[in-house]
Design a protein around this ligand. Structure first.
Ligand SMILES: N[C@@H](CCC(=O)N[C@@H](CS)C(=O)NCC(=O)O)C(=O)O
Length: 212
């Protein structure tokens, strides 16, 4: 049975999962949910995913929200190619890197938070953008230091890991909000190398069927 991914072209959380599906060459169907039109809040979608967010993945009887949980599910169910290293400490290090992005940056900068700034806090766009850039810089400074002694083109060396799947969409977001990345040459180099791979290219927002 084909895997179904509920996605939105610009969603960086869905982008992480698209990369995993493409790297693992899993046959899948993309089902666009238009976040700007509010389709994520409609009953038809909330019946599937009560949280009303993308991504959401269905694989036969399995139905899961939350991109990190989906990535771990795919890794355990379809282990080739491995996106986590073999050793327990190394796996923990990759997960820690993923959490830095997915728990400490993305939730502060996602659509709901930015909308709340405008609607409830009445912030101007430039104040919102400063907020956005602040959390990106906090994380990217830490990542740039972590990448200092990496031994290979990717975040954790010679092989792509879940860390790269989280980093590339976050850099896409940073560029979308025009956050300068000059301070982070190692981070940008990892992203450039990832984006040379066909699976990353196929997962990019502008390659999605619902791209506008
Ligand atoms: N922690 C969740 C975050 C999911 C999330 O925030 N998704 C955003 C798009 S990137 C969304 O669906 N936003 C819809 C909204 O805010 O109404 C995950 O990693 O899957």
């Amino acid at each position: 049975m084909t895997i179904k991914l509920y996605t939105y072209w610009r969603s960086s959380a869905a982008y992480r999962v698209r990369i995993a599906l493409n790297l693992k060459q899993l046959e899948h169907e993309l089902i666009p949910i238009n976040l700007v039109k509010g389709e994520q809040k409609e009953n038809a979608y909330r019946e599937r995913n009560p949280q009303g967010l993308v991504p959401f993945l269905e694989d036969g009887a399995v139905a899961i929200g939350q991109s990190l949980a989906i990535l771990e599910y795919l890794e355990e169910t379809y282990p080739e190619p491995a996106l986590l290293p073999a050793g327990i400490p190394e796996r923990a290090a990759v997960r820690s890197f993923c959490d830095l992005i997915c728990c400490d940056v993305h939730p502060l900068n996602n659509l709901r938070v930015l909308k709340y700034h405008g609607w409830r806090l009445d912030l101007e766009d430039d104040e919102r953008d400063r907020w956005y850039a602040h959390w990106i810089h906090e994380a990217f400074r830490a990542i740039e230091l972590q990448l200092e002694d990496r031994d290979g083109p990717y975040a954790f060396g010679q092989a792509v890991t879940l860390a790269d799947l989280c980093l590339v969409p976050q850099v896409y977001n940073a560029r979308r909000f025009k956050v300068p990345l000059d301070e982070y040459p190692r981070l940008v180099s990892v992203v450039d190398r990832c984006n040379e791979l066909p699976a990353f290219q196929a997962s990019a927002p502008e390659k999605q069927p619902d791209f506008q």
